[in-house]
Design a protein around this ligand. Structure first.
Ligand SMILES: C[S@@+](CC[C@H](N)C(=O)[O-])C[C@H]1O[C@@H](n2cnc3c(N)ncnc32)[C@H](O)[C@@H]1O
Length: 301
């Protein structure tokens, strides 16, 4: 069990961990800023809203990382003016480099989600992906999201671990850990050599995630902040088991020695299983069983 940390220590761990992660974040997580990335992000927005994405004149992303959501939404023409905020300046500098490479214009601001340096009613859309589970005081953050939204504006967060899904994901991680030596032999790859310099970062990784949610916790957080039309949905079940198995296996091998054919299999297999989840399971099973939760809501007015 990681030691109990104060909210300030959790924020500090998040800043330091993500500053270091920023350099290799896109390749580690297969983040794409082309057609595939745009299609993924638009599909998530559609799923969260339960409707076609609207068009938003201005947006603020919380914990934007290297720009996965905002840059893809900008490129798709779904938002006009984008601001990206993150507690990690390192992530924001990778985001700015990505935006320059893609020829996109975006404002960045290093900020903690619980204390947003923006005026009331500044944005039509407040969004985020895989960030709420890092925030120590969630009610306070939702109060901030509501404050900076314009009346009638939309709140949308995706990629948040569900409590049940998170527990289920331990099964493929454990199985992959057990079969890793056999898998490496089959791949002709040698074991990864731990870099002693990475140890402090690996230790931070154990403390940066502070929540896994039930759907009702997420909707309560939005409702208590005064947001309405709250909708929580779930995504990814078998795709996630597949993804966690592969990531756990790959983490045990020298990355240079993992064959290209395996990487293709892992990437294409993940996309195919995402499609299976979408077509078959997401319509039939309750949100709580999926690995990821998404929430959409509206500010009255
Ligand atoms: C898992 S990453 C997700 C990044 C990006 N949204 C994506 O989907 O690729 C979580 C991000 O949240 C940021 N973060 C963590 N705690 C935060 C906080 N209290 N306020 C704002 N951002 C935070 C981290 O620095 C990191 O960039």
């Amino acid at each position: 069990m990681p030691p109990a940390l104060s909210a300030e220590q959790i924020r500090d761990a998040n800043t330091r961990y993500h500053d270091v992660a920023a350099g290799h974040y896109d390749s580690k997580w297969g983040i794409d800023f082309g057609e595939a990335g745009r299609a993924q992000v638009i599909a998530k927005v559609r799923k969260a809203l339960g409707a076609e994405p609207g068009h938003w004149p201005s947006s603020l992303e919380i914990g934007s990382g290297t720009g996965y959501f905002t840059l893809n939404l900008l490129a798709a023409g779904v938002i006009d003016e984008a601001t990206c905020s993150d507690i990690s300046p390192g992530m924001l500098s990778t985001l700015s480099a990505n935006a320059t490479r893609l020829g996109l214009d975006v404002a960045t601001e290093a900020a903690d989600a619980e204390r947003l340096p923006f005026a009331d009613q500044s944005f039509d859309l407040v969004l985020g992906h895989a960030v709420l589970h890092h925030i120590p005081d969630l009610p306070r953050a939702f109060t901030e999201f509501e404050r900076v939204l314009r009346p009638g504006g939309t709140l949308l967060f995706a990629g948040e671990p569900s409590r049940y899904g998170d527990r289920l994901a331990n099964v493929p991680k454990r199985v992959a850990g057990a079969i890793a030596p056999l898998w490496r032999r089959a791949m002709g790859a040698s074991a990864a050599v731990p870099d002693p310099g990475e140890r402090p970062v690996a230790e931070l990784e154990r403390v940066v995630d502070v929540h896994a949610f039930s759907p009702s916790e997420l909707s309560r957080a939005a409702g208590s902040a005064g947001l309405v039309d709250v909708r929580v949905s779930g995504e990814e079940l078998v795709a996630n088991w597949f993804g966690w198995t592969n990531r756990t296996l790959e983490a045990t091998a020298d990355p240079e020695e993992i064959p290209w054919a395996w990487r293709q299999f892992a990437y294409r297999g993940y996309l195919a299983l995402q499609e299976l989840d979408r077509r078959l399971l997401e319509r039939r099973l309750p949100p709580a069983v999926f690995y990821n939760l998404m929430i959409a809501a509206r500010k009255p007015g």
